[in-house]
Design a protein around this ligand. Structure first.
Ligand SMILES: NC(=O)c1ccc[n+]([C@@H]2O[C@H](COP(=O)([O-])OP(=O)(O)OC[C@H]3O[C@@H](n4cnc5c(N)ncnc54)[C@H](O)[C@@H]3O)[C@@H](O)[C@H]2O)c1
Length: 260
């Protein structure tokens, strides 16, 4: 019960790793608001976890400031405060790697990067006032793997592509540092988890199954991560065990990307 009576918002909590965060946070005594754009999956997940603790769902588009504000208002109305924000939602399952247009780059940034800022902007004043808050942003090891960006060797017809997902997740690392620098003085910490390839339904949609073992071989532990592997680090960052841990990125991939 390391999060007893804390109130958490988990964006993207309706599926995959977000649901794993939600389940574990409930087990640790937190009250959880699932803020997800997917209405059907969000309400279904909240209903499925109802016996595990106090959990609710609010339909939210994190890229839309009004929707973000409404989600936070609904959380305060239902649970009385916001202590923890898990900035987990992203365009991942439906990411279109073949779309290199500037419009799509902006669309992905609006959700994967700016959406985290939009949510934090709404919760930060509440956390500052109560002189306690924990924000956990979610990046990806994709931010570190330049090999995934290998372009065409055709020098004659070369065209610079974008890798919107990777670029946005690298941005999350910078955003984490920026917010940590501002909020630390108010006893609000901001840290980041960078998951390795994690076995969720979204991954099965996004990464061909015959390609997934390659990531496992890149990890020192020779296997890919599961959603459950992300929840311990999230609880750590959100709990008093991490009171003086701020502005840090924790890569959780069994030892592929090793930063120090
Ligand atoms: N699964 C992996 O291999 C992996 C690896 C590295 C990082 N990640 C990151 O972990 C997080 C969760 O991944 P997952 O595998 O559970 O994927 P997922 O697609 O199951 O979860 C993403 C969730 O975000 C929600 N969402 C999307 N756009 C939204 C918006 N505008 N507003 C609110 N909610 C929105 C989706 O409905 C979904 O529930 C994502 O940030 C992803 O980028 C995943």
């Amino acid at each position: 019960m390391r999060l007893q009576d804390k109130v958490a918002i988990v964006t993207g909590g309706g599926s995959g790793i977000g649901t794993a965060y939600t389940r574990r946070f409930l087990a640790e005594g937190a009250k959880v608001m699932i803020a997800d754009i997917g209405e059907e999956q969000g309400s279904r997940t909240a209903a499925e976890l109802a016996d595990d603790g106090e959990v609710a769902f609010v339909k939210t588009d994190i890229a839309d400031p009004e929707s973000a504000q409404a989600a936070v208002d609904a959380t305060v109305e239902r649970f009385g405060a916001v202590d923890i924000l898990i900035n987990n939602a992203a365009i991942y399952a439906d990411y279109v790697g073949s779309d290199h247009s500037l419009e799509y780059l902006k669309q992905v940034f609006d959700v994967n990067l700016h959406g985290q800022w939009v949510m934090a902007k709404v919760v930060a004043p509440l956390m500052v006032k109560q002189h306690w808050g924990r924000i956990v942003n979610v990046a990806s090891i994709a931010a570190y793997l330049h090999q995934l960006s290998a372009g065409s060797p055709d020098a004659e017809n070369f065209e610079l592509s974008n890798y919107a997902y990777m670029q946005s997740k690298w941005g999350v690392l910078g955003l984490t540092r920026h917010m940590a620098g501002q909020l630390g003085q108010f006893n609000v910490t901001v840290n980041c988890i960078a998951p390795g390839l994690t076995m969720t339904e979204a991954t099965d949609k996004q990464v061909p199954t015959d390609f997934q073992p390659m990531f496992a071989t890149m990890s020192a532990m020779r296997r890919n991560t599961e959603a459950e592997h992300m929840v311990g680090p999230a609880v750590f960052f959100a709990s008093s065990d991490a009171d003086m841990v701020n502005g840090q990125v924790l890569v959780v991939d069994g030892g592929n990307v090793m930063i120090s």
